[in-house]
Design a binder for this molecule. Structure first.
Ligand code: DGY
Length: 310
């Protein structure tokens, strides 16, 4: 029987897939269990590097139970012939829903209004109190038009938003028409977006793509939403742009030095801060764990993996 190691508690649906083909060890003592492991199920908080792989001489698959895989040293895995998989598709809707929630919360200033009520400052309806920005007629800019970017574009249309996007690769014309989005260059995205929502993976090319210079090009009163990866944004520059303009607010689910939050962000009233919960619904997390288990099942039974990463 194969030895399968997991770094996090698996739901029954995933265990039922794995039990017929192997013995599951972890999360308790998972590092020690790697010594005779053939499969590893892991998360974005587990650094899979050459040192870790060195503890697992029999490893055949790293089944990453999240979609991002920047924490996995793919070259080291490739050199050892270890398959790496992730969990695309199954978290698209949950993450796009959260991006929309952040867009609405930032534009309407929900946390500030809620804090004010809890602080006993709501003394009755006031005509000019708690004013926010409307989405209708405004432009949503999407950076990174993969699955999640497209799902956010589809959600924005019923709110009456115009959608523009910038992506490494331009979508075919029929896909652009299907999501109702117009391609623009990066400068155009910065200059025209009333709300900029980030949906690109973290790569050397996208690290700090939203830096001080990019932020300076944004419209006065614009909002930034990030449900992708924190290091896409230079957080110190973001704090400056929120304090001194041009940004009116931000909605963040991810951070540059996660789980550490820039102290400037914590002080600002015009920022919605969430603890990386884009895919955090019971249904989606179960689907992610099950897809990771299906990848393990495939590789350990001699089948091709379902969702290998390039
Ligand atoms: C991912 O899957 O990469 C997310 O950040 C967690 O859902």
């Amino acid at each position: 029987m194969a030895r399968i190691v997991t770094t996090f508690p698996l739901p029954d649906a995933a265990l039922e897939l794995l039990h017929p083909i192997g013995a599951v060890a972890g999360p308790e003592g998972w590092r020690d269990a790697l010594a005779d492991a053939e499969a590893l199920l892991c998360l974005l908080t587990d650094r899979v590097d050459a040192e870790l792989l060195g503890r697992a001489p029999r490893l055949r698959i790293v089944a990453n139970a999240v979609v991002g895989y920047e924490h996995v040293d793919r070259d080291a895995c490739r050199a050892r012939g270890i398959t790496v998989t992730n969990t695309p598709d199954v978290l698209t809707d949950a993450t796009a829903d959260l991006a929309m929630a952040l867009i609405l919360a930032a534009a309407r200033g929900l946390p500030r209004a809620e804090r004010s009520l809890r602080a006993g400052e709501f003394h009755g309806w006031g005509f000019w109190d708690y004013l926010g920005a409307e989405l209708g007629g405004r432009t949503l800019g999407i950076f990174g038009m993969g699955r999640i970017g497209r799902a956010v574009a589809r959600r924005a249309a019923p709110f009456g938003m115009r959608v523009i996007y910038h992506s490494r690769a331009r979508l075919p014309a029929e896909d652009e028409a299907a999501v109702g989005a117009e391609w623009v260059d990066f400068g155009g995205l910065m200059a025209r977006s009333d709300v900029l929502s980030l949906h690109a993976p973290l790569t050397p090319a996208t690290r700090h793509v939203i830096d001080a210079a990019a932020l300076r090009r944004m419209r006065p009163g614009a909002f930034l939403v990030n449900t992708a990866r924190g290091p896409l944004v230079d957080e110190a520059a973001l704090v400056d742009a929120l304090r001194d303009g041009p940004l009116a607010g931000a909605g963040l689910d991810v951070y540059e030095h996660e789980p550490r939050i820039h102290p400037g962000l914590l002080e600002l009233p015009n920022v919605v801060l969430l603890p990386h919960i884009g895919s955090a619904t019971r249904e989606t997390r179960t689907r992610m764990a099950v897809l990771a288990a299906r990848n393990v099942h495939a590789v350990l039974t001699g089948q091709p993996p379902l969702t290998p990463v390039p």
